[in-house]
Design a protein around this ligand. Structure first.
Ligand SMILES: [Zn+2]
Length: 170
C-alpha cells in the first residue's frame, strides 16, 4: 500500500545517535584557569595548591582585597603583595542551593550550602561542605577546605571551600 510507504510502516528506519557523553564547553567550566599563562592571579592558586589561602595587599595604602587583584581598587597602585589569610573564620551569612545547579558543575548533589565567611581581614563567599542548612547558624566556626578539580584541562587545579569546624554537624 502506498499509505504504508509514506508513513514508513514497512521500510527500514534510518538510525541516528547522540554522543554517550557531551563534552563540556569551555565557557561552562565553572573554575578559572590557573596557570601563569592564563591568569595574572596565578600566585593565589599556586599558594592554594600548596595549602595556604592568600590574597593581595596593597603596599601603598595597605588595603587587603578579596578576590586577589592586580591593581588596588582603593588607590590604583599596582604595588601589591600576597599575604596569608586565616584558615578559620565565622559564618557571616549562608543559604542553600536546592535546584538549578549551574551547568558546568558536575556534582549533582543538591541541596548544598553556600555561605559568606568572615575570616577577619576579608569576607568571602564559598561553598560549605559537610553541613546541612538546618544545622547551621550565623556565627558558626568554619575552616578552610581545599579541593582538587577534575575537568577538561590537564592542569592540576584547586579551589577553596569551607566546612564546619567541629566536623560532626548533622
Ligand atoms: Zn592601595
Amino acid at each position: 500500500m502506498t499509505d504504508a510507504d509514506t508513513n514508513g510502516g514497512n521500510t527500514e528506519r534510518e538510525r541516528v545517535s547522540v554522543p554517550d557523553e557531551v563534552e563540556l564547553p569551555r565557557l561552562l567550566d565553572f573554575y578559572e584557569l590557573q596557570t601563569e599563562d592564563q591568569t595574572q592571579i596565578h600566585e593565589f592558586y599556586e599558594n592554594l595548591r600548596d595549602g595556604q589561602l592568600t590574597t593581595t595587599q596593597c603596599t601603598d595604602c595597605e588595603a587587603i582585597h578579596f578576590p586577589p587583584r592586580i591593581v588596588c581598587p582603593k588607590c590604583t597602585s599596582d604595588d601589591l603583595e600576597y599575604v596569608d589569610l586565616p584558615h578559620e573564620g565565622e559564618l557571616f551569612a549562608f543559604s542553600e542551593v536546592r535546584g538549578g545547579l549551574p551547568m558546568g558543575l558536575s556534582e549533582h548533589d543538591v541541596p548544598y550550602v553556600v555561605g559568606v565567611v568572615d575570616l577577619g581581614p576579608v569576607r568571602l563567599s564559598g561553598r560549605v561542605d559537610d553541613a546541612a542548612y538546618s544545622d547551621l547558624e550565623i556565627g558558626d566556626p568554619v575552616s578552610l577546605k581545599i579541593v582538587e578539580i577534575d575537568g577538561p584541562t590537564d592542569e592540576e587545579r584547586v579551589f577553596y571551600r569551607f566546612e564546619p569546624q567541629d566536623g560532626d554537624s548533622r
